[in-house]
Design a protein around this ligand. Structure first.
Ligand code: NAD
Ligand code: UFG
Length: 351
């Protein structure tokens, strides 16, 4: 039984990945400050497993802690050592992720994302744990009109959030160069959406969501009046922005593939896109959601949003060839599963 530490494991992508890790037989220690999540997500993860008579509560350890406090991180490693559990690796989701907030409050973003990661890496070195899967983002790239983005493409973030991700990638690369024992996967996510098919776990953004998908489900259920589409004059086939929407379970599977690949190969650093390679425009997304779920999603057109791009879609051939991973779910699955989560949990994880 391998032991893994998951930072930010109570969040949207973290909770779905924890489910898969437990299903795959890992014992996991989650550290989360709950600054953008609730412990309920992991209670629900255990409920999903119980439905299949899989009682794994002893394999999931949830510790409230903040990566900004190095002692919180050290406590977990010490605890594992006391129980004679060698930490095989860390999946590092913990981070702040709002582009808008990062512009308004850059210091918090640099402190939380970069200092938090440096603290984590210091403790990992101290406890001789040198395997990490890191949540990076497609936002590090300089977007290129209508071409798929490949890992070798030029990076030039346009906001502090993106710079924190690129900086962490750089720190990881320096570590890898300095010590040839590190096994590192930096996974550049495109647009993670959807929910687990049970409808028990999903995305629960605090406050008003900025991203398109949680807004679509909220408009469909009547919590928001309409979608404001940012721009109808982009150089795309219908004038609206095109993105690569990836089902959160496909994304979670990518983490397991990366972890298993790193464990079985020589130490190295990988930088890999996790996307579907298929672009969907905002208008197409809304229409597919309406047709799949037989609901209405009113919208209106507005000015372009600052910092947006016309087309952000992954070339995912590296993930396919190196990790032997490919997305299995399509945009209809995304629409169906996310709608189930919204219907069953109109207020997210709050009662
Ligand atoms: P999320 O906010 O749902 O999850 C992040 C989790 O980290 C939350 O549970 C939060 O409470 C926790 N956290 C944040 N700072 C912490 C700290 N200092 N100490 C301990 N816990 C802390 O976000 P998500 O969508 O699940 O994203 C996970 C990761 O993936 C983030 O690093 C994010 O930047 C990255 N990412 C997300 C997207 C996306 O669109 N969702 C796209 C690209 C990259
Ligand atoms: N959009 C609207 N109206 C809205 C919100 C979004 O029309 O109210 C449009 C955007 O203009 C864009 C598309 O919907 O064309 C997707 O926008 P999102 O805000 O959902 O996602 P982004 O592609 O802007 O960014 C997301 C995450 C970033 C991450 C990036 C990776 O928010 O953190 O994907 O590609 F880095």
């Amino acid at each position: 039984m391998s032991t893994i530490i998951v930072t930010g494991g109570a969040g949207f992508i973290g909770s779905h990945t924890c489910l898969l890790l437990l299903e795959r037989g890992y014992e996991i220690f989650v550290i989360d400050s709950f600054c953008n999540s609730s412990a309920k997500s992991l209670e629900k993860v255990l409920m999903i497993l119980l439905r299949f008579n899989n009682d794994l509560k002893d394999k999931l350890h949830l510790i409230k802690g903040d990566l900004k406090n190095i002692s919180d991180i050290e406590k977990i490693f010490k605890n594992c050592l006391k129980q004679f559990k060698k930490v095989e690796g860390v999946i590092h989701f913990a981070g702040l992720k709002s582009v808008f907030d990062s512009v308004m409050d850059p210091l918090s973003y640099w402190e939380n994302n970069v200092i938090g990661t440096i603290n984590l890496l210091k403790v990992m070195e101290k406890y001789d744990c040198r395997t990490i899967v890191f949540s990076s983002s497609a936002t590090v790239y300089k977007a290129k009109s209508d071409k798929l983005l490949t890992e070798g493409d030029f990076c030039e973030p346009v906001n502090p959030y993106g710079f924190t991700k690129l900086t962490i990638e750089r720190i990881l690369s320096d570590l890898n160069k300095n010590n040839d024992q590190w096994r590192i996967a930096s996974l550049r996510y495109f647009n993670p959406v959807g929910a687990h098919e049970s409808g028990l776990i999903g995305e629960d953004p605090t406050g008003k969501p900025n991203n398109i998908y949680p807004q679509i489900t909220r408009v469909a259920i009547g919590k928001l009046p309409e979608i404001k589409i940012f721009g109808s004059d982009w150089p795309t086939h219908d004038g609206t922005g095109i993105r690569d929407y990836i089902h959160v379970i496909d994304l979670a599977e990518g983490h397991l593939c990366a972890l298993e690949y790193l464990s079985n190969q020589k130490p190295q650093m990988l930088t890999i896109n996790l996307g579907t390679g298929k672009g969907t425009s905002v208008l197409e997304f809304i229409k597919i959601f309406e047709n799949t779920n037989k609901v209405k999603v009113p919208f209106s057109f507005h000015e372009r949003r600052q910092g947006d791009n016309a087309f952000v879609v992954a070339d995912n051939s590296l993930a396919k060839s190196i990790l032997d991973w490919k997305p299995k779910r399509n945009i209809e699955d995304i629409c169906r599963d996310g709608w189930k989560w919204q219907l069953q949990n109109p207020n997210g994880y709050s009662e």
